[in-house]
Every structure is written in C-alpha cells, then in structure tokens.
Design a protein around this ligand. Structure first.
Ligand SMILES: *Cc1c(COP(=O)(O)O)cnc(C)c1O
Length: 386
C-alpha cells in the first residue's frame, strides 16, 4: 500500500542516491582497530577515531571484566535517582584533576553533552556565537536552546567581534570545536578567550578530537584557558579515550548548574558504570601515553611528507590525526574510496551535507595503532591511483 507521505520519503531516498549522497553502514566484526574486519574483508582502517588504539586495549578490557563482575551491566536509573555509581563519581574527580579544572560532569555521549550545555547556559535571553564549521551536535544544540543563533565564518574573529559588539543578549556563549572534525585544524583558543573576556561571554570548547592526543594528552586547551573561569571544556570519550561518553569540566558553579538544568543529563538512564571503570583505566593510559602520542605524531609527519607531491588532491593544513585529502566532487571522492578499498585500505569519502558542497574529501585518520608500514601502504596506493 502506498500513500503520499510514504511516496515523498521514497522520492527523497531516490534523490539522495542520484546525487551520490546515500549513506551506508559497514559491518564491523571483532574489535575496532587499525586492522579490522569490515564487511567481511580484512582491511587497514584509516577511519576510526580510536587515535591511541585504546578501544580494544587489554588493560581497558581487563577493567571492563573486573567491573562487570562487581556491578553488573546496567546502571538501572538516571544519575539523580540511583544510577550514579561510584565509578562515575571517581571518573569525574579524576578527569577534572587531569584536565586541570575544578569540577566535571559525565554525560552519556558528546552529542548529549552539547545539547545539555547549550540549553542550560543559553536560553531565550541568550545568544550563541558559533563557528560555521562546528560539529552538527553544536548546531542542533544551539537551535534547541531557543537562544539567538549567530554564526561566524570559520575562525573569522573580526566577524565574531562585530557580532559581539552588536549583541544585546544577556547571556553570550561563544562555541567552537577545538579541533575541527572534518578539517583537522585547531581553533585560536586564546584569541577567542580575549573576545569572551572583552564582551563578557562564556567560551565553550568542544575538544572531541584533541583530548588524549594534543600536548601531553590533556587536549588543546591553552594554560590561559585552563585557568579561566569563563572556559567550559568538553572532551568526548569515544574517540582517543577509546570508550564512550563525554565529560564537561568547568568552574564548580557551572557544573552545579548543569546538574540542575541540563535535561540530557537529567532525563536519561546513566551510562553503564562498567564504562566509567574503563574510562578510569583509559585516563591512566592517556596520562602515561607519551609513547603512543609520539608514534601518532610520527605517522602524521610521514603521511604529510609522503603526500606532499600527490597529483590527486591536496592534503588540508592539519597537524592533528585528522588528515583530509581534498578532492572536490562527490563522485570522484567515492570512486577513490572504492579503489582504495579494493586494495584493502579503508578511507571514507566525506560529502555534503557533512562538508560544504564542492569540498568532498577523503578523510584519513591516523592512529598510534598503525604501523609505519600501514601508513606507507596508503601513501603508495594514493600515488598509484593518481
Ligand atoms: C564526535 C563529536 C561529537 C559527538 O560525540 P559523541 O560522544 O560521539 O556523541 C561532538 N563534537 C564533536 C566535535 C565531535 O567530533
């Protein structure tokens, strides 16, 4: 049976297919890692966010086993009822201490944390100022908050300042990815903080891709940002930390406020406490992870040197594990991604609407779990395809 609403969906799906914008899921068997079995094929994977190779690390797996024996599987309730386990609480304290901010709040995902922070801090009297390349979850969060939503061109601080000057909002919140997820470049943190101070705004930094990786593992915050009570910092914990969840750190009063007001924190079942136990182990690994970070940095250097004279496309200016190769057209990016897969190399093609039209790219991500040889194989294959 067909009806008009269903037909419209089907036409929409057909249009996505025609425009090469249809998305597919691949099936992963076994553990996530630099070498993985995906859709039944053994591949070298250049697309996970498991930058330090912790997702299947034996120490984290052991922490999960120990925790599951102690506390079972489900949290059973929301944090404010009886779901807040000692593991959650211990992780928040350890995380705040490590990152160097007074207090932390653990959310179930980064998406939920962004919804929670923006809705709690910027209401109808607020204004959110956001970089145009911010992650989708920050865009959704700003819209959900009911605040005025003002976007500035990527890293264009002059435009941002003009917008701050013109604002009559009571609560101002500047929001930026710290490492931009599709480009791999880094936000000018101290310059953003200057503006936040000058115009009495909060500065919210989403460091989903920097935590665990940048600097000594504490992410991309500068010392000034770490010391500033205006700065609210988010690390997601499903990427370099290898587990799941997201933690916000800030002034104690901000954390207290979020606990009272952030609906995606309050009205949801707490994440399984065993995950928090894994996160405590992950934090220990990140703290002691200079060898992993050094290996990752050397892969980044190897990749950039190896692709500097590539004819196929341009490596975007990035010194993070996100190394996007700009191709341009959707179809060409998809064709290259498929050709690499035939060689056992998994590199996703990223297209609109995730990135602006005409800037389709191969988004290469590197991990400490790759070997020098893995990276060399990708470099060779790309040259061969050019
Ligand atoms: C991945 C990501 C998120 C979402 O985090 P999840 O824990 O996966 O929900 C938020 N912000 C940025 C910049 C991200 O890259």
């Amino acid at each position: 049976m067909s009806f008009a609403a269903l037909t419209r969906l089907q036409q929409g799906l057909a249009a996505l297919k025609d425009d090469h914008l249809e998305r597919h899921r691949r099936i992963l068997d076994g553990a996530q890692g630099a070498h993985a079995t995906i859709d039944g094929q053994r591949v070298i994977s250049f697309c996970s966010n498991d930058y330090l190779g912790l997702a299947a690390d034996p120490a984290l797996v052991a922490a999960a086993h120990t925790a599951v024996d102690q506390c079972g599987v489900g949290a059973g309730a929301a944090h404010l009822i009886t779901g807040h386990h000692r593991f959650h609480d211990d992780f928040e304290a350890a995380f705040a201490r490590f990152v160097g901010k007074p207090a932390a709040l653990l959310f179930s995902t980064g998406y939920m944390a962004n919804l929670g922070v923006l809705t709690a801090l910027a209401g109808k009297k607020g204004e959110v100022f956001a970089d145009k390349l911010n992650h989708a979850s920050l865009v959704d969060a700003a819209q959900l908050s009911g605040a005025s939503f003002t976007r500035y061109r990527h890293n264009d601080l002059a435009q941002l300042e003009g917008q701050l000057v013109a604002s009559t909002a009571q609560d101002k919140l500047i929001v930026s990815d710290l490492v931009f997820s599709m480009d791999g470049d880094i936000a000018p943190v101290d310059a953003l903080l200057d503006l936040a101070e000058r115009y009495d705004a909060w500065l919210y930094l989403d460091d989903a891709h920097g935590f665990g990786v940048l600097g000594d593992g504490r992410g991309g915050m500068t010392e000034r940002a770490r010391a500033s009570d205006r700065v609210i910092y988010l690390a997601t914990l499903g990427k370099a930390a290898g587990v799941s969840g997201a933690a916000v750190v800030a002034h104690q009063s901000v954390i207290d406020w979020l606990m009272q007001k952030a609906r995606p924190y309050i009205y949801t079942t707490a994440s399984p406490p065993l995950l928090a136990a894994c996160l405590l182990e992950s934090l220990r690994q990140i703290e002691a992870g200079d060898v992993r970070r050094e290996r990752l940095r050397s892969h980044i250097t190897q990749m950039r040197a190896g692709l500097s004279d590539l004819k196929l496309g341009t490596l975007m200016p990035s010194y993070t594990p996100i190394q996007p190769l700009l191709i341009g057209a959707n179809e060409e990016a998809v064709r290259l991604s498929q050709a690499l897969l035939e060689r056992g190399l998994l590199v996703p093609a990223i297209r609109t609407p995730t990135v602006p039209a005409g800037t389709a790219r191969l988004r290469i991500t590197l991990s400490a779990a790759h070997s020098t040889d893995d990276v060399a194989r990708l470099i060779e294959a790309l040259h061969a395809l050019a």
